[in-house]
Unconditional design. Structure first.
Length: 195
């Protein structure tokens, strides 16, 4: 009996130490993703300048850049500078998920929306804002769906910022993206009248 107890105790101690080792190295994907996204959002007022990488491609309408911040879970991340006469306009985009299965992609789309909705972001200048949006359920019959979130009680710096989670069917695959961009006015607002 004593001969059997010693190996059992040794195996038990080994398994216990092994499980605690794995617990220490287990990635906190949700926490890392949220921290990465907060860095991106905080850099929005600076036109994503701190994470602007090498030029990917360039043409008269826009220039695509690599993003030096590797967002947890993203397949690819780019920053785009659009050509404009009076100011430079930048957007940030991450391809988060690709699948040929609509239900799997829809679940990822919903999960990302839930991570962003009510997310608190403390900006570099001290103000804290909360992202809010209304979830729009995608359907397989439509090839595109998106949900836009914006800061509740935004200030003049963050008022135009939009964070969009999109689901789009492209080349036989469903793609889930997160975009951050500036929107000058709502689609329902009228532009400047010209006689």
């Amino acid at each position: 009996m004593k001969k059997l107890v010693k190996p059992l105790v040794a195996v038990s101690l080994f398994l216990l130490s092994l499980s605690s080792s794995f617990a220490q190295f287990k990635p906190t994907i949700a926490g890392e993703f949220a921290a990465d996204m907060k860095k991106v959002i905080r850099d929005y007022p600076h036109q994503f300048n701190s994470m602007l990488g090498a030029v990917i491609d360039e043409n008269p309408q826009y220039t695509n850049y690599e993003c030096s911040l590797a967002v947890q879970g993203a397949e690819s991340v780019t920053i785009t500078r659009y050509s404009a006469t009076n100011k430079q306009i930048y957007s940030w985009q991450a391809l988060m998920f690709t699948s040929d299965d609509f239900e799997t992609a829809r679940a990822r789309f919903k999960s990302l929306f839930q991570k962003f909705n009510n997310m608190a972001v403390k900006m570099d200048y001290g103000m804290t804002f909360y992202l809010k949006g209304k979830y729009q359920e995608p359907t397989e019959s439509k090839t595109f769906a998106s949900t836009v979130l914006r800061f509740e009680q935004a200030d003049r710096i963050t008022d135009k910022m939009r964070l969009e989670v999109s689901l789009q069917y492209e080349l036989m695959e469903w793609k889930v993206r997160v975009l951050i961009y500036e929107k000058d006015r709502e689609d329902t607002e009228r532009g400047e009248m010209v006689d």
